[in-house]
Design a protein around this ligand. Structure first.
Ligand SMILES: Cc1ncc(COP(=O)(O)O)c(C=O)c1O
Length: 463
């Protein structure tokens, strides 16, 4: 587990990859002349590629996932033992790890009560959408089917979640989309000048009031739910400004709109609390989670809701259509909850929420220091170990840097052996935010190595 393998052994892997693999989210033309990157091993915060090169991973597996780091023997053992005992049975029946994880999870989510297992974040969001639609039929005579989503937020790659997609470069060319998904404006303080009528003061409350305007325009009797990320991830690492969440909560209550919080990125520790919504006193009706639930050791996602919602689906047992008529085949895999139990135990026993807060503060401090030094950094923001640095050509106008320059910073860090991220094919001409999400086990030295690499890269790319 230290990158000491023979590069030649892997040449066939590289060739097979080039010949047969269709990678996620990238253009493949460059692979006609360059080798694809193969990640071979991982330990702690570090991974090794096919050339044996070591990388410090500042993005937890590329997409905010490996929260407890690589090579955790106890998770692998828990998964192995569970698979030997029982690998699978459809979730029409229960399982030991399924019950154990649900109990642990609900203990961390006061007010919530029911866990629905699925196997991806998109699918978890779809389950909530389906429940919201069914509630519209059961309770409101087929009205209140509309689901509001926010500009810059992302909820997945399926057609329904793309219908709720606030990132136009992700959705372009994939329409037409499902009806009754309606967009509300973003709440990004740094770019409020791009929103018509946004005030200098009390922007948070104003941004929330824009949601009320949309509800009134659409008709409150048509709007069933509002789906939001607690901190927007791929849309630019955006924390809502003060005043936003209390007002959102009031609006939902006033118009009988269910609040669906997408914790696929923030969930299970990323911001320094178990869930992002717990940072802001939000009381959700649905919470969806995926990436950090088992840190990528097994595929698992969950849709969690309240007893009140659950009760609506068992109200009339004599009506064969009244319950939630839905299944996710791999929601019955036992490896996911077995890994999730051990993942959560590690976060608890190793005090990783506190480490996330401490290392997040350190990283934020380092990024603020870089902002003093490099005028290309227009804004740094985020929560816990979920941070972003937006690069601008001019601090006054906030004109973003060319996306190629932002990508050059990422490439320079990669050459230094540090993997960082950048918003990618997300908002047109706004893919200019560097993203950092190291594992919750990061040490002060790891954090400094990451920000030192960014310092060097910014110096080289921007002079
Ligand atoms: C906020 C958010 N929701 C949902 C998803 C979709 O999750 P998955 O890729 O597991 O379907 C993502 C993926 O990046 C995400 O960032």
């Amino acid at each position: 587990m230290d990158g000491t393998f023979n590069e030649n052994d892997l040449s066939r892997v590289v060739e097979a990859d080039r010949a047969h693999i269709w990678h996620h989210l990238i253009q493949h033309k460059p692979f006609e002349t360059n080798d694809p990157r193969i990640i071979v091993e991982g330990k702690g915060m570090r991974v090794w590629d096919q050339k044996g090169k070591e990388h410090l991973d500042a993005v937890s597996g590329g997409v905010w996932t490996v929260n407890v780091g690589y090579g955790r023997e106890s998770i692998c053992k828990a998964v192995y033992d569970q698979l030997m005992k029982l690998c699978y049975f459809a979730n029409t029946a229960g399982s030991i790890p399924g019950s154990n994880f649900a109990e642990m999870l609900i203990d961390k989510m006061p007010g919530m009560s029911r866990v629905y297992y699925t196997n991806s974040g998109s699918e978890a969001n779809e389950k909530a959408f389906k429940m919201i639609r069914q509630i519209a039929h059961k309770k409101y005579g087929g009205k209140k089917t509309k689901i509001l989503y926010r500009d810059r937020d992302y909820h997945g790659s399926t057609l329904a979640t793309m219908s709720a997609g606030g990132q136009d470069e992700r959705t372009a060319q994939y329409g037409p989309f499902a009806p009754d998904f309606v967009r509300v404006p973003h709440c990004m303080e740094y770019r409020k000048h791009e929103l018509d009528g946004a005030p200098e003061e009390n922007f948070g409350e104003w941004a929330a009031n824009q949601i009320e305007e949309v509800i009134l325009r659409e008709g409150p009797d048509t709007v069933g739910a509002l789906c939001l990320e607690p901190v927007t991830a791929g849309g630019g690492v955006i924390e809502a400004p003060e005043g936003y969440w209390p007002r959102v909560q009031e609006i939902c209550k006033k118009y009988d709109v269910l609040l669906h919080i997408d914790e696929v990125v923030c969930g299970v520790g990323r911001t320094g609390t178990w869930f992002g919504y717990q940072q802001y006193g939000i009381k959700p009706d649905f919470v969806t989670m995926a990436k950090g639930v088992a840190s990528g050791y097994a595929a698992i996602a969950c849709m969690v809701t309240t007893e009140e919602v659950f009760d609506m689906f068992k109200d009339d047992a004599s009506d064969p259509m009244s319950y939630f008529r839905d299944i996710s085949t791999f929601g019955g895999c036992t490896a996911g909850p077995a890994a999730a139990v051990e993942n959560m135990r590690i976060i608890q026993d190793e005090n990783l929420l506190q480490n996330c807060v401490d290392m997040g503060d350190r990283m934020m401090g380092n990024l603020q220091a870089l902002m003093e030094k490099h005028k290309v950094i227009g804004d740094v923001r985020g929560k816990g170990l979920f941070l972003g640095a937006e690069l601008v050509a001019d601090r006054g106008s906030k004109e973003p840097v060319d996306e190629k320059q932002a990508q050059a910073v990422v490439a320079d860090c990669m050459a230094q052996g540090v993997i960082i991220g950048v918003t990618n094919r997300s908002i047109p001409s706004r893919n200019n935010t560097l993203c950092f999400s190291p594992a919750l086990i990061a040490t002060a030295d790891d954090i400094d190595q990451i920000t030192d690499a960014v310092d060097g890269a910014l110096g080289r790319v921007f002079g």
